[in-house]
Design a protein around this ligand. Structure first.
Ligand SMILES: [Mn+2]
Length: 134
């Protein structure tokens, strides 16, 4: 049986506080910076800016990124656990999170028109109601 991929959300006290959502995929951590705290509430959609892939090892990192280095500031693990991918495409990712804070089915959708660089996504929970509706 395959081991479930991991996810981690780093709370990053950089110049602007944000939350780095990272999903293990093909040996790296696909990463998005979320400017506001993620929530378990399906009525709240968060902007998520795709950033560079990180190594799997970085998923366990917490500590201080020194002054003068990219992303300088404190990094905490805000949530971590495994996830089950439902769909992992280049413009849409659906995944079931088993974290301490975030649980359930979440979605990342790339915003096509708003940003030519294609880095802007929306991150939100998919409500049970929506899924269960006949
Ligand atoms: Mn960051």
């Amino acid at each position: 049986m395959d081991k479930k991929p991991v996810f981690v959300i780093h709370k990053h006290f950089a110049k602007n506080l944000h939350y780095d959502l990272r999903l293990e995929k093909d040996g790296v951590l696909k990463s998005w910076a979320v400017p506001k705290e993620p929530v378990n509430d399906s009525s709240v959609k968060r902007l998520a800016i795709q950033v560079a892939d990180h190594t799997l090892e970085y998923g366990g990192f917490s500590g201080e990124i020194p002054e003068g280095q990219y992303g300088a500031g404190k990094v905490e693990i805000w949530d971590t656990g495994s996830y089950s991918p439902v769909k992992f495409e280049k413009d849409e990712v659906v995944f079931d999170l088993s974290g301490k804070r975030l649980k359930g089915k979440f979605c990342l959708i790339k915003l096509k028109r708003s940003n030519p660089a294609g880095k802007n996504w929306l991150f939100f929970k998919i409500s049970k109601k929506t899924i269960d509706k006949p």
